[in-house]
Design a protein around this ligand. Structure first.
Ligand SMILES: Nc1ncnc2c1ncn2[C@@H]1O[C@H](COP(=O)(O)OP(=O)(O)OP(=O)(O)O)[C@@H](O)[C@H]1O
Length: 262
């Protein structure tokens, strides 16, 4: 798929940070899974004791899809990687399940001829979950999704790669705070972990608006939004960035009120 070809050909190294922005259903999942798996197979983790990759996604269906795809890919490997999943509410290693495949009944083979397990389809409801993975020596690919009250204080040096899957959706669904918590709980970026984000929000038109005085900012931006709305009333999505938190709140309230009155 073009998006995968572009990622794989443009990355200087599979451990580079990158943002994949493309229309829905264009193959973004493989565009992050392939570099992640390649690093896993190259043994780029510091130790199999640590969770390798954290994939943050906002909904269970999506997490399951990613887990299935990951399973499908790793099944083809000579050195098998076992996929695991942890179910809702889990805080214990005992609740971590292997994603079952028809021919994967015999775990006896694993010790001898397979790589460390990969864990998928994971729902946090308490902090213990990641620690459980940590202590169980799983080499894990983990998905976070589910409740807003998520509490994550990941052990330091936990992740080699953090994927924020559909970052636009995570923000829209109110997950920003949780994402921030997750990022803050990781070791500093300078320690070398890789960040990958995906987004379906594509920007096809760009405007450069010159606003002559600060007091015209709101009316100018509102006029622009209304114009956009006339053109794309069903698919208009606006994301506001502002240098301060107060600025963002102020504009968000002003726009919301103006929108209701219109
Ligand atoms: N290299 C490929 N060759 C053939 N089919 C592919 C390839 N990559 C992805 N697909 C198929 O294309 C479809 C869309 O892929 P995928 O779900 O990964 O896209 P996505 O951009 O991540 O989707 P979403 O927008 O829902 O997040 C899936 O059915 C998938 O199996």
């Amino acid at each position: 798929m073009p998006v995968q070809a572009e990622v794989l050909s443009q990355l200087q190294s599979v451990s580079d940070d990158y943002l994949v922005q493309a229309e829905p259903r264009t193959g973004k999942t493989l565009a992050f899974l392939l570099p992640v798996l390649e690093q896993l197979l190259r043994g780029r983790t510091e130790s199999p004791k640590f969770v390798n990759t954290l994939i943050v996604t906002s909904n269970p269906k999506r997490a399951t899809r990613v887990a299935e795809l990951c399973n499908m890919l790793t099944e083809l490997l000579l050195k098998r990687q076992d996929c695991h999943t942890a179910r809702e509410g889990t805080c214990k290693t005992a609740n971590v399940h292997k994603v079952s495949n028809e021919h994967e009944q015999d775990d006896g083979r694993r010790a001898a001829d397979s790589g460390p397990p990969i864990s998928t389809g994971f729902r946090f409801q308490c902090m213990g979950s990641l620690k459980a993975f940590h202590n169980s020596q799983f080499w894990s690919l983990v998905f976070v999704y589910g409740q807003r009250s998520i509490l994550v204080a990941t052990p330091k040096r936990l992740n080699k790669t953090v994927v924020l899957d559909a970052i636009d959706q995570l923000v829209e669904e109110g997950w920003l705070h949780d994402v921030k918590n997750i990022l803050q709980s990781l070791s500093p970026k300078a320690t070398g972990w890789q960040g990958i984000s995906t987004s379906t929000t594509t920007v096809s038109d760009e405007y450069h608006v010159e606003i002559l005085s600060v007091k015209d900012t709101f009316t100018s931006l509102l006029a622009l939004l209304l114009k956009e709305y006339e053109l794309k009333s069903t698919e208009l999505k606006a994301v506001l960035f502002s240098p301060t938190k107060q600025g963002t709140v102020l504009f968000s309230e002003l726009f919301a009120k103006a929108w209701l009155r219109k």
